[in-house]
Design a protein around this ligand. Structure first.
Ligand code: GDP
Length: 314
């Protein structure tokens, strides 16, 4: 299945609900009367587009219908245009000495590129680490996984299983080991074995939020002593099915560790994929990858245009 087909299939629940409901109001009265606008607002909020995106679309429909005197685009076309505008704004700016690697990751000019994955438990960090390693391997590069969630024995085992399945090396230590030490060893191993990418899986929960953020900062410090630019990527993994919780998590993590981008997982499990647009609008942090399933090839570099195409199923 091609990337677009897979994305379409991942977004099917959102797409079906959204288009079905939009078509229903469009099919009724082709006017932007208050009742229609109110229905539009309800539909968009219901798909988790959030207040700001919803307002932008409703206002755009209102003004276009007022000014267009019948020669305006349809409500669906206007919604699509506004969503595309939001997703395309403030596109990634690499600005550092690296380059963008084919599958959508930053690539250090010399030595291994360090990718740190952060996020609360259950959002899909470990799975995303494996999927990224697979994507890197598919493109002919090498990757090593670092099992830095040493606070959960099961997390270490889960990543080991994935490493085997994907066919990449892993650096791990026993339960309770200092995660920063594991990250350190993984970077050392990558340097020694000439491996291009180190994917660091981290804990999603410690005794307190403060402890967790301190732990992540420590990992960052340790790897930056080994490679001054590292980590080159700090990606926050968010679960699309958690709606506004995802937005709050992004705010919290971004305060503690500077994020280079977001990975939004489980789009296949929700009819509320509008959260992707809400997150982009409210936080402006680039969305870098989307997860559309549980298998290793179910992660895609985020492409705004393709996302809109899939959302409106063209
Ligand atoms: P972690 O605690 O953040 O490391 O989360 P895990 O990687 O263990 O993932 C938690 C659950 O979410 C697992 O059952 C994964 O298979 C599932 N998962 C992760 N990403 C996706 C996705 O894109 N789609 C679906 N449907 N499930 C996902």
């Amino acid at each position: 299945m091609g990337l677009l087909e897979k994305l379409k299939s991942g977004l099917r629940k959102t797409q079906e609900k959204l288009l079905h409901e939009l078509k229903r109001i469009v099919a009724g009265v082709p006017k932007a009367d208050p009742a229609t606008l109110e229905e539009l607002e309800t539909i968009l909020l219901g798909a988790d587009f959030g207040v700001h995106v919803t307002n932008q679309i409703v206002q755009a429909v209102k003004s276009e219908f007022e000014e267009g005197e019948g020669r305006h685009a349809s409500i669906i076309e206007i919604a699509k245009r506004e969503i595309e505008k939001i997703l395309l704004s403030n596109e990634k700016n690499w600005g550092r000495n690296g380059q963008l690697f084919g599958p959508g990751l930053y690539r250090a000019v010399n030595g291994p590129t360090i990718v740190l994955l952060v996020g609360v438990n259950g959002t899909g960090k470990t799975t995303t680490a494996a999927k990224l390693a697979w994507m890197i391997k598919q493109s002919g590069e090498t990757a090593i996984l670092a099992a830095c969630d040493t606070f959960r024995a099961a997390a270490i085992e889960q990543l080991k299983t994935w490493a085997q399945r994907v066919g990449v090396d892993i650096v791990s230590a026993s339960y309770g080991t200092d995660p920063a030490a594991v990250a350190h060893d993984a970077v050392m191993a990558a340097k020694k074995r000439n491996i291009s990418y180190v994917i660091i899986d981290t804990a999603g929960r410690l005794h307190t939020k403060h402890n967790l953020m301190q732990e992540l900062q420590k990992i960052r410090r340790v790897v930056s002593r080994q490679i001054p630019d590292a980590p080159h990527e700090t990606l926050l993994v968010l679960d699309a099915t958690t709606g506004t919780n995802a937005l709050n998590q992004a705010r919290e993590f971004n305060k503690a560790v500077p994020l280079t981008g977001l990975v939004i997982t489980k789009l296949d499990g929700t009819s509320k994929g509008g959260i992707v647009v809400a997150i982009k609008k409210e936080l402006g942090i680039p969305i870098r990858f989307v997860g559309v399933g549980e298998q290793m090839d179910d992660l895609q570099p985020f492409d705004a245009k393709q996302f809109v195409t899939a959302l409106f199923n063209e």
